[in-house]
Design a protein around this ligand. Structure first.
Ligand code: XMP
Ligand code: MG
Length: 178
């Protein structure tokens, strides 16, 4: 696999599609056994998670539902600070088993700010499935329950993740060349 240029940056091959697909299937296997008979509701966070969420969902052999939301972040009042709010969360989460599906946990800020909004709706349980995490970058108290790959603290594109809009359609994952 050759390296690629996106906008002004150069990326090199990092994790190939085959390896990705095997790991996603393994995660789905865990969810299949843990959630049989529970009808979990997967909530994918757009845009980055759409490919991971679709691949993961296709591998679920149990009764399960999926929905997608978009997070918008804006400046709140001086007491609330930075606010992250969900668009498109119409499902009733009360008593449901929720699996949040993310592309990547970097600092953990997005999820740690957004998760209270989920808990307010009284779900039966909440777990997090993320395609990637960067343990060295973590600054907030969020932990993935299902994590396909832990990676170093470098920028990556492909498999749904973008650099300034481009690269989401790459089947393999690429990392910024250093
Ligand atoms: P936090 O810091 O809130 O960040 O956990 C999560 C969001 O940051 C974006 N992000 C990336 N996007 N390649 C990307 O394409 C990366 O290496 C990367 N690191 C963080 C992403 O939108 C994620 O939801
Ligand atoms: Mg992005």
């Amino acid at each position: 696999m050759p390296g690629i240029q996106i906008h002004d940056k150069f990326f090199v091959p990092f994790i190939n599609a085959d390896t990705i697909n095997k790991r996603v299937r393994a995660l789905a296997g865990k969810i299949n056994s843990e959630y049989a008979g529970k009808n979990p509701l997967l909530i994918g966070i757009l845009n980055g998670s759409f490919i991971f969420a679709a691949d993961l969902f296709r591998e679920l052999m149990i009764e399960a539902e999926i929905s997608f939301i978009k997070l918008v972040s804006y400046k709140g009042t001086s007491t609330t600070g930075h606010v992250i709010s969900a668009i498109g969360l119409e499902e009733n989460l009360h008593g449901r088993h929720i699996i949040i599906v993310e592309d990547i946990i970097d600092t953990g800020k997005t999820l740690s700010t957004f998760l209270p909004e989920i808990y307010l709706r009284n779900p039966a349980s909440v777990k997090i499935a993320t395609f990637l995490s960067k343990p060295a970058a973590l600054q907030f108290d969020v932990k993935a329950d299902f994590n396909a790959f832990e990676i170093e603290d470098k920028f990556v594109v492909g498999y749904g993740l973008d650099y300034d809009g481009l690269g989401r359609n790459l089947p393999d994952l690429y990392i910024l060349e250093s």
